[in-house]
Design a protein around this ligand. Structure first.
Ligand code: GLC
Length: 486
């Protein structure tokens, strides 16, 4: 099968979060399983700089976008055997950041989607059976296909899978501008078309017009049908429930492997982790000028600093948590208010806490390997990748049991002394604190239970293998339906 992933992010080319990781790894796994998966994304400035010599120019065209006619270049890059197409336009993508501001982003990704459809087939020299769309930045593709391309030969049989990585961001903008950018007739400008509560909504459109909709964990697929998690789209999702499913993300288990990871101080394995993990912990404590104490539980957190990640819960109890004999290291960037409050908390506890306000993938690996406990008290979490990485490195996550966190972490069972992490249910800072204290007490007084949990976490299967098979089955079902109808 031929599958084209359409996305605004892809690791290692351009990423701000988990979406980039997924698009960086799933297409490769599909290729290993014998399918021709490729990716298309915008040619951001950084990619142009870093990969200048590897880029092959394919062609250019002028694309009509509202009253404007815009230049659109198409480049190709071979990324260790994975073909990646890049859409070039200086005005839209010649910037340092992937995202700029809301209203300009709407226009930028409108252009991107139109350019992708213009180049599909002949121009790319690739006729995918499936367009695999990701998040709001790609949500309009199925409706543009229907409105402008259904009469064209090749485009007739293209089908769309829409994956929701985050329901909170939907791509909402004024009616006239969107109608104009996509050149849509009045027929589409209704609640049954692209509008949601009177305004165009990209993600809603993607859900409505795609052949199938997936999200990134089975539990989140259920949650988004409810008011609390549905972000206003729960009604539509429930009504179209037959085409919605949850497929759990995997992680890149080759790259994230404590047995071979070259970035960490000492490598270690599920059967012999104590010495290696201890050495990693000591090295991180030294690096950050924290007391090099093997017995003090070390909490780590690597995250985008946004509300979703439950930072308010942590900040509410951080002083109480640090009354215990523990150390805490937080790494990430994002919302300036969180950056400031975390730095302040670290300032109040110079002997116990560090707030590292930056993005640093190598440091993140040193933290995953050094930590005893990993904090992830998310308010909602479509899947979450870092809790899986933490477990693979034997760092037990403390999570709120929501979305993919509930699907991936087996919460500590105090009667049987088993689990792969610790969990709490409600959005309540003291439940987080209580659970952290429970974890500290297992760490301090039940070493056998702790050791078993670390080993169980490290042995959990977070590879893409099973999930990739589920996507393949989904693609095959859609293709079968198409040819029955024809
Ligand atoms: C988004 C979600 C996260 C998910 C990731 C990849 O970043 O917030 O839960 O793991 O996408 O699907």
């Amino acid at each position: 099968m031929k599958i084209l992933f359409v996305s605004s992010e892809m690791n290692p080319l351009a990423a701000t979060g988990g979406l980039g990781d997924v698009v960086g790894s799933l297409p490769r796994v599909l290729r290993q399983k014998g399918h021709d998966a490729r990716v298309v994304l915008p040619l951001y400035r950084q990619i142009k700089q870093d990969y200048l010599e590897d880029l092959t120019f394919m062609r250019w065209a002028m694309i009509k976008l509202g009253w404007r006619t815009m230049y659109s270049g198409l480049f190709r890059l071979d990324l260790d055997g994975l073909p990646v197409y890049l859409i070039d336009n200086e005005f839209y993508f010649g910037h340092d950041n992937l995202y700029i501001d809301y209203s300009f982003d709407i226009e930028r990704f409108s252009f991107f989607q139109r350019a992708v459809l213009e180049t599909l087939g002949d121009e790319m020299d690739f006729e995918p059976d499936i367009l695999h769309l990701n998040d709001w930045q790609t949500g309009m593709i199925p409706v543009i296909l229907e409105a402008h391309y259904k009469s064209k030969d090749y485009h007739k049989n293209v089908n769309c899978v829409m994956t929701i990585h985050n329901l909170k961001y939907q791509g909402i903008h004024g009616r006239e501008q969107i109608q104009d950018l996509f050149d849509l007739s009045d027929d589409y400008m209704s609640e049954g078309g692209i509008l949601k509560d009177g305004v165009p909504n990209f993600l809603k459109t993607g859900i409505q017009y795609s052949n199938r909709v997936t999200t990134v964990s089975p539990n989140y697929a259920k949650e988004i049908m409810t008011d609390y998690f549905g972000e206003g789209l729960n009604g539509l999702l429930a009504a179209q429930g037959w085409k919605v499913s949850g497929i759990l993300n995997g992680i890149d288990t080759e790259s994230y492997n404590p047995e071979t990871d070259a970035e960490i101080k000492t490598n270690y394995s599920p059967n012999a982790w104590k010495r290696g993990k201890g050495s990693c912990k000591k090295a991180l404590q030294a690096e950050l000028s924290l007391a090099q104490d093997a017995k003090t539980p070390l909490f780590v957190m690597v995250t985008r600093l946004v509300e979703q990640k439950g930072l308010d819960l942590l900040l509410h109890i951080v002083d109480e948590l640090l009354e215990e004999n523990v150390q805490l290291v937080v790494l990430g960037t994002g919302n300036q208010e969180y950056e400031r409050r975390l730095a302040e908390a670290a300032g109040r506890h110079p002997d116990k806490m560090r707030a590292l306000i930056k993005f640093d993938g190598k440091l993140a690996r040193r933290m995953y390997s050094a930590g005893d406990l990993y904090l992830m008290p998310s308010l909602f979490e479509p899947c979450g990748l870092s809790q899986m990485i933490a477990m693979r490195y034997g760092t037990l996550p403390i999570v709120r049991q929501t979305g993919g966190l509930a699907d991936t972490v087996q919460a500590y069972d105090k009667f049987n002394n088993t689990g792969t992490g610790f969990g709490f249910l409600n959005i309540n800072a003291h439940e987080l604190l209580y659970t952290a204290k429970e974890a500290i007490s297992v760490y301090n007084s039940r070493p056998d239970a702790w050791n078993n949990m670390v080993q169980a976490a490290m042995l959990s299967d977070f590879s893409w293998d099973k999930s990739a098979d589920e996507y393949i089955k989904l693609y095959e079902d859609i293709v079968k339906e198409t040819y029955q109808i024809d």
